[in-house]
Design a binder for this molecule. Sequence first.
Ligand code: KIV
Length: 255
Amino acid sequence: MTGTGKAERLWAKKGISPISSLTAYDYPTARLLDEAGVDILLVGDSLGMVVLGYPDTTHVTLDQIIHHTAAVARGAKNALIVSDFPINTYRTVEEARANAAKLVEAGAHAVKLEGGLRQADKVKAIVDDGIPVMGHLGMLPQRVKEEGGYKKKGKSDLEIEALLEGALALQEAGCFGIVLESVIPNASRQLTDQLDIPTIGIGCGEGNCDGEIAVITDVTGAYPWFVPPFAAPRADLAGQTTKAVKAYLAAMKNR
Ligand code: KIV
């Protein structure tokens, strides 16, 4: 199935069944998540933090996302693979079109960019090139330095209005879905109700969006050094890894 076909299949789930989405950055994780039946695998620029050891996502380059997209594409057969545009790789319509094509060449079915109204012309151009686009509104990690931290969005009527204006512009431009990050539950619900395209929430409370997305290490407990308050770890891979390595070291000592 083409990327557009896969995106349309997910779009059709709005109001019918929840859309599942997790980040993936490598072949084994992508293969496991795909075989488990996850709808969307996001090669997110959270890569910079949970894989490459940077303090935030603003250090990630296009080459790094391309490298990890190719690995994910080798592991996933069914899921829609969405790759993030890193910061400063979609500043103009032409730059966005050229780099979207590179991400698709690496194996992505769709691309994701941060921001609303100011991105609408880029979304339209990429969609016109036949590449599905996902939006990202609310807390925008690529602006964490300007914002001075990870802050909740949608706390006032003015903020909700701005979010809605951005979301409608992205929808009009052709986005097949929008990630809402750290938007307060009531505002997330309003956006979900007013849009025809699915919203995919992270840190928006449970059940206020058409789907949920999580950073894979927040689900598996593989990155214990920074766990966002809304994360719900389902395993303790960090603890299990330490235990396994200690057992390996002990066995070596006793040989
Ligand atoms: O990069 C990422 O992992 C993301 C999710 C937090 C939505 O953009």
